[in-house]
Structures are given as structure tokens and as C-alpha cells.
Design a protein. Sequence first.
Length: 184
Amino acid sequence: MASGRGSNFQAIQKEIEAGKLDAEISLLLSDRAKAPALAMAAAHGIDARALPYDKNDRAAFERAAGDLFEQAGCAYIILAGFMRILTPEFIDRFENRILNIHPSLLPSFKGLHPQQQALDAGVKFSGCTVHLVTQELDAGPILAQAVVPVLAQDDEETLSQRILEQEHRVYAEAIRVLANKEPA
Ligand code: GRF
């Protein structure tokens, strides 16, 4: 599931195409019809769909999304820049089968603008975390992390870019481990 740029989606897809990740992306779902990730997926022959999202009826989007994932036989749901909070019902429906990537070393800097939070805190290292999605935001079991230095001259953009390069590596790595296991 992706809402925007789709660089994490693209990195995962490249690993699959290069034969380095034994997985298949059966479906890309977005809450935004204009998400660049949709066009990228379609260009790779992946079923790519936007579903209408009404923030007053999140459950409707999630019911439709969940049904599509089940029909497509998806073992896991990978959140790749999906910018909506999922309801407890959806998280329960796919317990231990939803992964997210967050651009900080969790449990530090949960929520929005984690890179700016890291700069504001003055930490010398930050990074990214792949974790299972649970009811508590950005707090599920950690599957993989990568560390980057925070440099004196960094701003939110330069730090985000350095972290993003690691996101692209570490997300595929986490999926590689899971792809060899049956979901719990
Ligand atoms: C990434 O920084 C990811 O960690 C965060 O949202 C951003 C998505 O980027 N959850 P992209 O759409 O994958 O390029």
C-alpha cells in the first residue's frame, strides 16, 4: 500500500526483478489516484488500484482493501509510504501480516517528521526501522533496522535522503526473511 512517491515500492520491485527477492507483488493499493507508485506498478504489469478514501468512513476503504488482498492471496501487506492510520479492525484482520517502514530508529521519534525530530533532539545517529504493525502506532515488533550518521550540516531533506537509501536496502532484507516463512 502506498500513498505517494513509491521509492520503497520501486526498490522492492527491483530486488524481485533482479532475482534477489523470491516474492511477488500481487497488488498495489493506494488511497490516492495520483500516487506515482500506481503508475510505476502498472508499468511493471502489477495490478495497481486506487480505492476511494473517506476519512469519515475509513472502514469502507479498509474492508474493500482487505477483500482485494484476500482475493489476490497476499501473504503480507507491505506499507510503503502509506500515509493513513489503519483501524484496529484492519490490523486484527491481518494480524502479524502487515509491515511498515519508519524513518527513525524506533522506539525513538514515532509519528510525523521523524527526521526533523531526530535533528531537533541532536542525536548523532538515526536510521530506519521495519516493523510489524500493531494497534499502537510505530510500536510493533522490530524486524530490521539500519543506522546512518546525522551530520552537523544536515537539514530534514539531506537526512531524509540518507535514511531513504537505507530504507531501500533494509525493507527488501526484512521481506526476504519473511518470504521464507509462513505467516503466523
Ligand atoms: C519513507 O520515508 C517511509 O519511511 C515513510 O514514508 C516515506 C515513503 O517514501 N513511511 P516512498 O513513497 O517509498 O518514496
